[in-house]
Design a protein. Structure first.
Length: 319
């Protein structure tokens, strides 16, 4: 089946005056990535007050009517599936899920079903009314931890705005290779890898990306970090930590082969070699409730595999 074109019309609020066109579009059409919107601008699929604009960097005045000719591929049909969910919190506007390792967030090429989106549609059939069943941000397949889902259109819009304003606090626990002497910050743009298109990388043409980290525990060849995101790019923590030569333990894309501390005992060697996912867990999430405005925060304990690995590293450090 061929792609289809859907015309979308919106008005740019005066509060966006002076912003780049692609920034304003990302706010108006949150279902589409900023990268895709930029491509459509360059292809001449966006007009302001009837005039085609082909430069994403152009500034908007506010008050313009924008018309977007969205080029949509065939949608992957997402059906409800009875997949168990670890629901941390739920009310009329939100669902907080503690995602396990191995669960893809939403269907895509190669993962047509068995996703968190399928599970959410079974848990709450009304989510079919919302883009991606209310999912407003992602965790990688093998990253564990907290993920917020909207249950109403109003909550969805507000959560997207909070994420764009960087008002959602997201804290992670990460085990990285090597011993860091102190915490720090990585401020480096992230974009698609120029050669390996399924990977991300630090590239000059990438989007601004900021990751802060703090040392919690040091071991003989690894470090446990608290990591906080100021931006939310694809694979951000994994790419940033690899860029400073401290990749996440077990990361299959950015981590390389397992590195064993000299003289490590059999239990630790087996534990490190057997840990085949990035050691990354979204442990804390805080935001202003989209309806009440009340500041709320949730926590999720480390998954068993990371907790067991930390215990092995601690025993090795004391040996």
């Amino acid at each position: 089946m061929s792609d289809r074109i859907e015309q979308l019309i919106a008005r740019i609020d005066l509060q966006h005056s002076g912003k780049r066109l692609d920034q304003a579009l990302a706010t108006l059409f949150p279902d589409f990535s900023r990268t895709r919107l930029q491509e459509w601008v360059r292809e001449g699929r966006v007009s302001l007050d009837g005039e085609v604009v082909k430069k994403p960097r152009n500034r908007v005045a506010g008050g313009e009517t924008v018309a977007l000719q969205a080029l949509l591929g065939d949608r992957v049909e997402c059906r409800p599936e009875a997949i168990p969910l670890d629901i941390v919190y739920q009310d009329e506007a939100l669902i907080l899920v503690n995602k396990p390792a191995g669960l893809v967030v939403h269907p895509a090429a190669g993962n047509p079903d068995g996703t968190l989106q399928n599970a959410l549609l079974h848990h709450d059939p009304e989510l079919v009314r919302l883009p991606r069943a209310g999912i407003v941000h992602r965790l990688d397949k093998d990253t564990t931890g907290l993920l917020v889902v909207a249950r109403t259109p109003a909550a969805h819009k507000k959560l997207v705005e909070l994420l764009q304003a960087r008002s959602v606090n997201r804290e992670y626990r990460a085990i990285v290779v090597g011993v860091l002497t102190a915490g720090g910050m990585v401020d480096a743009p992230i974009g698609r890898h120029p050669l390996h298109r399924t990977r991300m990388a630090v590239v000059k043409s990438g989007r601004p990306s900021v990751t802060r980290y703090r040392v919690l525990e040091r071991f003989r060849g690894h470090t446990l970090l608290q990591v906080n995101l100021e931006t939310g790019r694809t694979h951000q923590i994994r790419v940033h930590m690899a860029s400073i030569r401290h990749p996440l333990l077990g990361d299959p894309q950015y981590g390389g082969r397992p590195r064993l501390p000299a003289g490590a005992g059999i239990p630790l060697r087996e534990g490190l070699r057997g840990f085949r996912r990035q050691a990354l867990h979204a442990c804390r999430l805080g935001l202003a409730h989209p309806v009440s405005g009340e500041r709320m925060e949730w926590q999720a304990d480390l998954p068993e595999d990371m907790a067991d690995l930390l215990e092995l590293l601690r025993r090795d450090a004391l040996a």
